[in-house]
Structures are given as C-alpha cells and as structure tokens.
Design a protein around this ligand. Structure first.
Ligand code: 5GP
Ligand code: ZN
Length: 113
C-alpha cells in the first residue's frame, strides 16, 4: 500500500533505522521511542492489524516473536522487555500496518495506561 508508512519503510521508499530484514518481516527503530530501546517488528506484507490476521498467518506471526526475542538479546535487554501490539484506535493503534513493539531498557509498570 503506497500510502502506508510501514509499507514504504519495508520497500525502502521511506527512511528508517532498519536492524533486521528477511523475506517475511522487517525490524526498525521507532521514530518516537518510549524507552531506551523501542523497536518495531512488522510483516513485510501489508496487513492492517490483529483484527485482520487469519489462517495462514501463523508462520509470519511466529516470526515476529522470534525476531523480537533475538533483537532483545542483541540489544542487551534480554533480562526484561515488553512486547506490545495495539489493536484498534481505542487501544492506541495509530499506524494500521500490524507491528510488534519491543520496548526495553527501563522498568515498566502494570497495569499499562
Ligand atoms: P501504534 O500507536 O500504532 O501502536 O504504534 C505506531 C508506532 O509507529 C508509534 O510508536 C510511532 O512512534 C511509530 N511511527 C509512526 N510513524 C513512524 C515512522 O515514519 N517511522 C518510524 N520508524 N516509526 C514511526
Ligand atoms: Zn502497510
């Protein structure tokens, strides 16, 4: 989708600090980090969010977590980090291309705001 910022990043048409890329997922630094480490892991294929996932998406969904785990270790936050997926505007989703937030490098509270 040409009007989707994450599609543009995945396709190299918009700048981003990319940390990892394969044929299924791409990971890059969040533009407005909410923690010392704040990465986004996204499927390369456009899918708007959790509400749109379905049968066949299992490998891609699993890959998001595996890449998150690997990046957490590489960024030296393996002893405590938070994975977040905001689903829908009420939950704070603002970019409608599925993404997993990987946040770390500071303590986190529960429940989240
Ligand atoms: P959401 O609110 O949808 O869960 O998360 C969207 C995230 O994307 C936010 O944390 C926001 O800072 C980040 N973001 C929005 N636009 C861009 C962009 O153009 N580049 C990067 N790297 N991150 C972005
Ligand atoms: Zn997209």
């Amino acid at each position: 989708m040409s009007d989707c910022i994450f599609c543009r990043i995945v396709q190299g048409q918009a700048p981003a600090r990319i940390l990892y890329r394969d044929d299924e997922v791409t990971a890059f630094h969040d533009l407005h980090p909410q923690a010392p480490v704040h990465l986004l892991i996204v499927p390369n294929r456009h899918i708007a969010g959790v509400a749109e996932v379905g049968p066949g998406d299992e490998p891609m969904l699993g890959k998001l977590f595996i890449v998150a785990r690997r990046l957490a270790e590489e960024m030296d936050i393996g002893d405590g980090y938070r994975l977040v997926v905001n689903s829908g505007p009420l939950a704070g989703q603002s970019v409608f291309h599925l993404h997993l937030h990987l946040l770390g490098g500071r303590p986190f509270r529960w429940p989240p705001g």
